[in-house]
Design a protein around this ligand. Structure first.
Ligand SMILES: [Fe+2]
Ligand SMILES: [Fe+2]
Length: 276
């Protein structure tokens, strides 16, 4: 299978534009799940890049070395753009400094972990980002999203799909018996992603409740909307696709996303400044 080219883009995203508070189709829970993930991305992505870089000297395949460089370039841009979005959340009245500090503390502490574990956590987390990215696009989940946020999420999703094999390939090339390593990393990544997304979601919803930006009835409606239709089929597909990581012969490229990329790469190429 020809692997997609990993292209580092620098999209010009206009966060000065007014952005609706509940920008994800007016649904506060869906919006805050993405906001919570957004808060994790910058430090998480810097951790991923360092974990892969720490294995670069053990990689001798020129194609993989080229992909590592592009992966680092893409993740660096993601961290930068998601950090820019923090200012929008602050302007909207959200306070999350302590959560960021805690997560940054965890990321710094995790540098003491053995490098195989950091790499396997990275490969596991990349399975999450690539799986969520593909399903968001396949299930048309960006419908009704604020245009600037749609650009941000679409651009990030496409690039997660483009580089989905990189950390995994480094892991399996550097470590001969990689199956138990990757399972340990995937479980650790799952625990961190689930815990911090839940903490962030609760924090932001609580702030909306206190400020009377969200009534109990709106919250109940939002939760009901997430339990039906395409939201429900997205969640079911997400569970199924994530579980494939446990199959012994798994490889990220077994899921062929080339048609998806052919549809969406032209859309992000139109973001001015891209392709730089
Ligand atoms: Fe990323
Ligand atoms: Fe990634």
């Amino acid at each position: 299978m020809t692997e997609p080219v990993i292209l580092v883009r620098k999209p010009a995203l206009d966060f000065e534009q007014p952005i609706e508070r509940f920008y994800f189709a007016g649904n506060p829970i869906k919006t805050h799940i993405f906001n919570a993930l957004n808060l994790l991305f910058p430090d998480g992505e810097r951790f991923f890049v360092k974990s892969v870089h720490d294995h670069e000297k053990d990689v001798h395949d020129p194609a993989l070395l080229r992909d590592i460089k592009a992966f680092a370039g893409q993740e660096g841009q993601h961290a930068h753009q998601h950090e820019r979005f923090f200012a929008v959340l602050e302007q909207q009245g959200y306070r999350f400094g302590r959560l960021l500090e805690q997560f940054r503390g965890l990321a710094l502490w995790s540098r003491k972990l053995p490098r195989w574990l950091r790499l396997s956590i990275t490969a596991g987390a990349e399975h999450y980002t690539a799986t969520m990215a593909a399903l968001l696009l396949e299930h048309d989940m960006l419908e009704g999203c604020d245009p600037t946020l749609r650009d941000l999420i679409l651009w990030h999703a496409v690039e997660e799909i483009e580089h989905k094999h990189v950390a995994y390939d480094v892991l399996v090339k550097v470590y001969r018996f990689s199956y138990p390593l990757r399972i340990v990393g995937f479980i650790a990544a799952s625990a961190v992603i689930a815990a911090y997304t839940a903490i962030g979601l609760r924090l932001l919803l609580r702030q909306d409740g206190r400020a009377r930006r969200l009534t109990r009835a709106q919250f109940v409606d939002a939760r009901r909307a997430l339990g039906e239709g395409k939201e429900l089929s997205f969640r079911r597909a997400l569970r199924r696709s994530l579980a494939r990581y446990f199959v012994p012969g798994f490889h990220p490229n077994h899921k062929d996303d080339r048609a998806l990329l052919a549809t969406f790469v032209p859309q992000i190429a139109q973001l001015s400044g891209s392709g730089a």
